[in-house]
Design a protein around this ligand. Sequence first.
Ligand SMILES: *Cc1c(COP(=O)(O)O)cnc(C)c1O
Ligand code: SF4
Length: 346
Amino acid sequence: MITRSPMLLHCSQPPGDRDLPETGAWQRQLAGAIRDPRALCQRLGLDPSLLPGAESGHALFEVRVPEAFARRMHPGDPADPLLRQVLPLEAESDISPGYVTDPLDEAEHTARRGLIHKYASRVLLIASPTCAINCRYCFRRHFPYHDNAPSRAQWDESLDYLRADPQLREAILSGGDPLAASDRQLAWLVERLDAIPHLKRLRLHSRLPVVIPDRVDGALLDWLASTRLQKVMVLHINHANEIDDAVIAACNRLRHIGVTLLNQSVILRGVNDDVDSLEQLSERLFEAGILPYYLHAFDPVVGAAHFDVDDARAQQLVAELRTRLPGFLMPALVREVPGGASKTPL
Ligand SMILES: *Cc1c(COP(=O)(O)O)cnc(C)c1O
Ligand code: SF4
């Protein structure tokens, strides 16, 4: 008979995780993502007239769509709410007055390479410069990630910054997408964050469990489960159709190890700028064990003016949403105002 040491027990998979994704599956899916506008149009059976616009947008910010996400789109429908988030359009080349490349003024607040400290008690770390998907409306589409992809030495500097400020209670891993980094790197970083006594919480802002649910595999669960820090993951889902059974299973694996799941969305014209879509999103999030957190007002980023929903309309949609949902399924409509001490409620 084999007796299991506490160490082995700690390392064994939690019950209910027999159907963990195969190791390495997510890296293969990421490497195999659609990265060409022609391939995207073909995969979705789109009218070839969309291709020139897609090519010109791609030249500004490259197409990237993993198959696991493309699978949730309706073929042949250029208005599909998931496709709209990733298909480049001619309109991205438009110059619109008031649209800027760094709407949040992040360049001002980058205290160290890869570290943004804007708000009291929490610091944002750019843990990976890349994403698993390229969202056309992304306010970071012009962010100089290459200057913000830290080396080990730079990480040590960031960690010193966190160690030196006892007012900090939370480290936020962001990006890009922090889960695009390897588990080895993330385990290294989280082990060091864990050792900073004044930190209480680890937060991850990631779209990867939604885009490639197999990202939530045994290797990820191992390092995430092993930290003493309380764990929060803020997912990024804009439409109910993004949540399929594989996403729900990934969320269950995360909740199983004690991760609190929240969601942030961006209000986007043609994706979720109607009350029915917002209502279905909140309902579907809760089915997956996720609570709505923020609904971001649109940021005026160059190349994405065609997604703009004005504040008055966003406020009206949220007021109507409130008449349909319990309070705990209401996201807070916020905007990030440069120089603000927090996100600003609208
Ligand atoms: C949004 C953001 C946070 C987190 O804000 P919360 O209101 O705590 O979700 C922290 N740091 C930066 C730089 C941010 O942009
Ligand atoms: S996953 Fe997030 S950071 Fe990456 S492109 Fe999409 S919105 Fe931007």
